[in-house]
Design a protein around this ligand. Structure first.
Ligand code: CA
Length: 293
């Protein structure tokens, strides 16, 4: 029954309002499995933040989802660490402070390498790593934007966190919406098939569980919905909180990843479109909790 609920949640988070084309990937068990993993997890590292090269700043997709997922996990008593690079740190900080998170926050230096991530994991000892809208290396070992701009010189090599995690048996979960994000290797064939720049930009690293959504923040909200259903309590933030977080990100300098402008939109989608997804998820989640699904 909970697996069926996960399929319904996936349909909502996959609404392809941005027209990316990855919504054609059929729903699978990954969202359910990822939520079950996190529900049983002890320490979770969430890595996020996608630098927009034209603005030299992070975007509104990623930090919001990372922080609301962290908030839900903390309500379940989990230890959480939030990690991002210098372009998104102030954006993530603004959201984390608004939500009064306890989570430790780490800034990834540009020169971060496998040794850096190994130390980070050995100190925090996570059971799980979740990447949300974090650039992932393409086949040629370089980082690209959706439009194929080479961003390698801007991006700390966070693919190394998955390599270090795999060596330690830490379960990895990836959330993305464009196919060029860390951990999207499992859907690489679809990215190449559905996206014009797919062959160039598709990420190669594979997460244990991969969540595709219309907007990456929504993928994180999908996980929160499933954690709520597993825990029989509402762990999704309300609409007023979502609105405040989007405004906090823009105040902190975040740009919309599509328009490249500082405005309270995500991936070119209005505040109302984002709130509509959250409302649909909250409604479905409340029904599932009420009916003890
Ligand atoms: Ca996005």
């Amino acid at each position: 029954m909970k697996l069926n609920a996960a399929i319904e949640v996936e349909k909502i988070i996959k609404r392809d309002a941005g027209g990316r084309g990855l919504s054609d990937i059929a729903p699978g068990p990954d969202l359910y499995k990822a939520a079950e993993e996190l529900y049983g997890g002890t320490g979770i590292v969430i890595v996020t933040g996608f630098c927009i090269a034209e603005a030299l700043c992070g975007e509104t997709d990623g930090p919001l989802g990372a922080v609301t997922l962290a908030w839900a996990l903390e309500k379940l008593g989990k230890r959480v660490m939030l990690a991002t690079d210098g372009y998104s740190k102030h954006i993530l900080d603004a959201c984390a402070e608004y939500m009064e998170l306890k989570a430790e926050r780490v800034m990834l230096p540009l020169e971060a390498d496998k040794a850096f991530f190994t130390r980070m994991l050995d100190n925090f000892k996570p059971s799980h790593i979740v990447s949300i809208e974090r650039p992932g290396k393409a086949k040629d070992g370089r980082y690209y934007s959706m439009k194929g701009t080479d961003m390698t010189h801007l991006i700390p090599d966070s693919d190394s966190i998955f390599e270090a995690a795999k060596q330690r048996g830490i379960v990895t979960i990836a959330v993305g919406d464009g196919g060029n994000e860390l951990g999207m290797g499992k859907v690489r064939d679809s990215v190449v098939k559905f996206l014009d720049m797919g062959e160039t930009i598709a990420a190669v690293s594979e997460a244990d569980h991969t969540i595709i959504s219309g907007v990456s923040n929504w993928g994180a909200h999908g996980l929160e919905a499933m954690l709520s259903i597993l825990g029989s309590r509402m762990l999704l933030q309300d609409e007023a909180t979502e609105k405040a977080l989007i405004e906090k990100m823009v105040e902190a300098g975040a740009v919309d990843g599509c328009s490249k402008r500082r405005e309270p939109t995500v991936d070119g989608l209005s505040l109302e479109q984002n709130l509509e997804i959250l409302s649909s998820l909250r409604k479905l989640t409340a029904e599932c909790i009420r009916e003890k699904i």
